[in-house]
Each structure stands twice: as structure tokens, then as C-alpha cells.
Write a protein that binds this ligand. Structure first.
Ligand SMILES: [Zn+2]
Length: 415
């Protein structure tokens, strides 16, 4: 073999194999590598792995490799069909450099996997970058995630948060468990039933379940049943993120109550209807224009204006220190009493919810749990949902959450 051939073989990592590069053509947009068997030719049986001397027939196949010097890299590979003593049938030889599912070399697939695992590029980005089908890159992404999840070991959690997330326009749910110390998702399972969360505790095992000290969750009854069974020792904490979300929704339902079903004049109802976003923002974040809208609201409908101010007052609850649990409880009681006086159904319902769950709300103060982690993860999941052009299956969506918000795929390893 000439020195030149040797260098070419090393560039495509064929040195020391039964293949060699017999020609390279540099074209405008691609580099074409011709790859053939070394003489005297030896073929590897794809069934039993033994070496076979003669071949039945040969043909050319195309494989795509890692781009070379900014051009697409195309391999024209001479492939043999062989007859091996292990079988009666003619079969194609084993090409060790070919990946199993795609018209791509294995090293190109590894390279794509590595890029996807940086989490810096979407499937669509990578497909565009390498001029590949979206579906090809999607399959590679799905496969690498499936492989990495097999190797994943769930960390030992102490403080967890459990949440459900809808997708497919609210028709399907997944259950998400977050490690509050790692600030990462450590588990995702299908559905939002008791069994969905049970799975997590079963995989974790009784010993690690016993070490869990606190659990924050939305007041979803099946989750409560699962926690009662597997982690009865864990202190139940309301998730501040969900509490605030409910409060915001409560005020919005007050707005709708007045804008749609009330006896107010059409003009007033129209103004109230338009306050959707204004009522969502915190007072300190309002623009000058929004503040004017609030002044106008104070004139035309005092109850809704009071409800808004009362919502604002609620945020003080999160400022209490663990030593002030008594004061925090008194604060909640007074807040509930005031809420009932405003006499708007949405707010009354929320006050009822606070009254029923005072104990676990006070545990927020006791444990100083913040809403930042859930907020961050929910934001990321929304991005994942918007990024994918329709998740074809729930498994992929779940893996994607584990990758983008969780402990999966932080480091890529070859198969
Ligand atoms: Zn064989």
C-alpha cells in the first residue's frame, strides 16, 4: 500500500481493515470516496462473523459520512453477497462501518448523536445542517435517548416535587418528578394516575423512598394516594408555583364571571373583558397604561379591583420565615376572611382551597420552598412542546423532557 493510500484510509478510519480507499473525487458540493475490498478479498459473514474467501456477487451502495472540508461526504462502497457455511442462503457481507438503520456511516451517526446530546441543536437544526431527512435525525435522536435512559441511574432524592404535564392538546398526561436539590427532572412516566407515580417509587425501592423528606405536589388526589402508600414519612408541601397559578386563574375566572354572566352594562363588561393580561401581572410590573386601566377598573367595578389588590396581598405570604409560622397562619386566616367579603365566586373558591390546605401551605414557610424550580422546568417543557413538530409518540416526549430538563444525556457515550 502506498503512503498516500494509507493516509486516505486513516482519514476514513479504514486502516487495518479488509477495505481501502481506491479513489477520491472532490466535486463542487461533495467529496466522493470510492471504497473497495483489499485484494485478495476477504468477506465477513454478517450472520456468524467468520471470514469467507469467495463471493457470490457484488454491487455498489451509497453511504453518507461526516462532512469533509465543508462538503458532503459520500462513500460509494462495493458490497459483496456471500455464501457462508453457516447458512444455505446468500447474504450480504458485514460492513462494520455502516450504521444499522440508516444510509449513514456509524461514525457519522455517532457524530450526530454527540451534537444532539449537547442540547444546543434541535432535530430540525441538525437535519438542515447535514442535509438529512428530518425523520432520519429524529430516529437517531430517539435511539440515543433510549440507549442513554437504559444506563441512567436515578439519583437519591431527599426533596422532590411531583407534577403532571398535559400534551396533545390536553388529551394525554405525563407525570414528572423533580429533585429539588439537583433542580432537575429525575423521572417521567406516562399518565397522571396513581400507578404513574407508583412506578417511580417502585423503581426507587423502599430504602431510598424512606430517605425522602419532603414532597411538593399539586393537589391531585391520585398522587396523594401514591405518596401516602410509598413515602408516608415525607412532609407534604404545597408547590408555590401551583398556588400562584391557581390564584391567577381564580382572578381570571372572576373577570369572566363579570364580563360574561353579570348584569353590568355592555360598556363596562367590555372594559372588564379586555383586562385579561392586566389582571395577571403583578402590580410592580405594570406599565403606565395598565395602571391607568386599573384606575378605570376601580371606578367601574370595585369588587374586581379589590380582588386584584387582594391577590397582590397574597404574595406577602411567601416572605414569612420558618420562625414565623404562627404569624403566617394568622395571615392566611385574615386573607381568607377578606376574600369571602369580596363576594366573587372565583376568589371564594380559591379561599376555600386555601382553607382546606392551610397545613401544607404553611409547610412552604417551614421549608422555604420556592417556586423557581417548577417555574423553570415548566418553561422548558413549553419550549420542548413548541419545538417539536408534533410528538409522534409519548415515549419520545418523555425522553426529551428527561434530556432537556433532567439528568439524561449530560455526557454522550458511544454505544
Ligand atoms: Zn456465516
Amino acid at each position: 500500500m502506498t503512503a498516500e493510500n494509507n493516509i486516505l484510509a486513516r482519514l476514513v478510519e479504514l486502516q487495518g481493515t479488509n477495505f481501502e480507499v481506491t479513489d477520491v473525487q472532490v466535486k463542487e458540493h461533495e467529496v466522493v470516496w470510492r471504497i473497495e475490498h483489499k485484494e485478495p478479498a476477504v468477506y465477513i459473514c454478517s450472520r456468524c462473523g467468520s471470514e469467507v474467501k469467495g463471493c457470490h456477487s457484488r454491487d455498489w451502495i451509497t453511504l453518507w459520512d461526516i462532512p469533509f472540508g465543508g462538503k458532503r461526504s459520500k462513500w460509494l462502497v462495493k458490497r459483496a453477497r456471500i455464501l457462508c457455511s453457516c447458512s444455505m442462503n446468500v447474504r450480504v457481507e458485514k460492513l462494520f462501518f455502516r450504521s444499522s438503520h440508516h444510509q449513514l456511516t456509524q461514525r457519522f451517526v455517532n457524530y450526530i448523536e454527540q451534537i444532539l446530546c449537547t442540547k444546543m441543536f434541535t432535530v430540525a437544526d441538525v437535519a438542515r445542517l447535514f442535509e438529512l431527512d428530518y425523520s432520519t435525525v429524529y430516529k437517531i435522536d430517539h435511539e440515543v435517548l433510549r440507549r442513554l435512559i437504559q444506563e441512567l441511574k436515578i439519583p437519591d432524592p431527599i426533596h422532590i416535587s411531583v407534577d403532571e404535564k398535559s400534551f396533545k392538546k390536553g388529551h394525554s398526561y405525563v407525570t414528572i418528578v423533580t429533585d429539588c436539590d439537583l433542580k432537575k427532572v429525575i423521572w417521567v412516566s406516562e399518565g397522571n394516575s396513581k400507578a404513574s407515580l407508583d412506578q417511580f417509587f417502585i423503581v426507587l425501592g423502599p430504602e431510598r423512598c424512606r430517605k425522602i423528606k419532603t414532597v411538593a405536589k399539586d393537589l391531585h388526589a391520585p398522587y396523594a394516594a401514591s405518596c401516602a402508600e410509598y413515602i408516608p414519612q415525607a412532609l407534604e408541601v404545597a408547590d408555590p408555583f401551583h398556588v400562584v397559578k391557581r390564584l391567577t386563574e381564580a382572578i381570571d375566572s372572576c373577570r369572566q364571571e363579570l364580563a360574561v354572566g353579570s348584569t353590568l352594562t355592555a360598556g363596562k363588561r367590555k372594559v372588564i373583558h379586555g383586562l385579561h393580561w392586566v389582571l395577571r401581572y403583578k402590580q410592580k410590573n405594570q406599565s403606565k397604561r395598565n395602571l391607568e386601566s386599573l384606575d378605570r377598573l376601580a371606578e367601574i367595578n370595585e369588587p374586581l379591583y379589590r380582588a386584584y389588590l387582594h391577590k397582590e396581598a397574597f404574595f406577602e405570604f411567601f416572605n414569612f420565615k420558618p420562625s414565623e409560622v404562627k404569624e403566617a397562619e394568622q395571615f392566611l386566616i385574615e386573607w381568607i376572611v377578606e376574600a369571602f367579603k369580596i363576594k366573587l365566586q372565583g376568589l371564594t373558591d380559591f379561599a376555600e382551597y386555601i382553607r382546606r390546605n392551610t397545613k401544607i401551605l404553611l409547610n412552604i414557610v417551614l421549608t422555604q420552598r420556592s417556586s423557581a424550580i417548577s417555574e423553570g422546568i415548566n418553561r422548558k417543557i413549553s419550549v420542548i412542546k413548541s419545538m417539536a413538530y408534533g410528538y409522534r409518540n409519548v415515549q419520545y416526549f418523555m425522553l426529551k423532557i428527561m434530556q432537556r430538563c433532567g439528568v439524561l444525556g449530560a455526557f454522550w457515550r458511544p454505544a
